[in-house]
Design a protein around this ligand. Structure first.
Ligand code: UDP
Length: 148
């Protein structure tokens, strides 16, 4: 019951993101985290790490039937990434608005993808699409002792 209450209090307040390899390689960690903080998100957890192709495959398992899955896993394991857990009211929806459309050609002015995405695949940043996935994806990278 207490766990349910904690879950209720936390629901909607956290999301998960990763700065993708091309954006890390191009020295945009600072620029992207500045946009995230300026938009009112608090960085709860953050690190620099690199996925193996198998780990990327596990992270993106929901997309395994999609035609771009192989390319996506290869791209996401091609260099270091910066995963983060972020906190703000209405975090998932507000962060999806901040990153912009998946295809940078459709990304709105002022969004992270408008500024930093290079293509549909190399679109600078990931953002969870639901509270449930935010919790699963955050736990994929961070232990509870790393979340402050
Ligand atoms: N992606 C791709 N080709 C596509 C669709 C998606 O390479 O046609 C990549 C892209 O990097 C995207 C990721 O796969 O960010 C996950 O796709 P999703 O549809 O979940 O988009 P997102 O939620 O990241 O906007």
């Amino acid at each position: 019951k207490i766990l349910n209450q904690i879950h209720f209090i936390m629901a909607g307040n956290r999301t998960f993101t990763m700065i993708k390899p091309h954006a890390v390689a191009d020295n945009h960690i600072g620029g992207i985290t500045a946009m995230i903080e300026a938009a009112g998100f608090r960085i709860v957890a953050m690190k620099k790490t690199q996925l193996s192709a198998a780990q990327a495959g596990k992270f993106y398992e929901v997309h395994k039937e999609r035609p771009f899955y192989g390319e996506l896993c290869e791209m996401m394991s091609s260099g270091p990434i910066v995963p983060m857990i972020l906190e703000k009211d209405n975090a998932v929806a507000d962060f999806r608005a901040l990153i912009g459309a998946t295809n940078p050609a459709n990304a709105e002015e002022g969004t992270i993808r408008k500024k930093y995405a290079k293509s549909m695949g190399e679109n600078a940043i990931h953002g969870s699409d639901s509270d449930e996935n935010a919790a699963i994806e955050g736990a994929f990278f961070f232990a509870s002792i790393e979340q402050y």
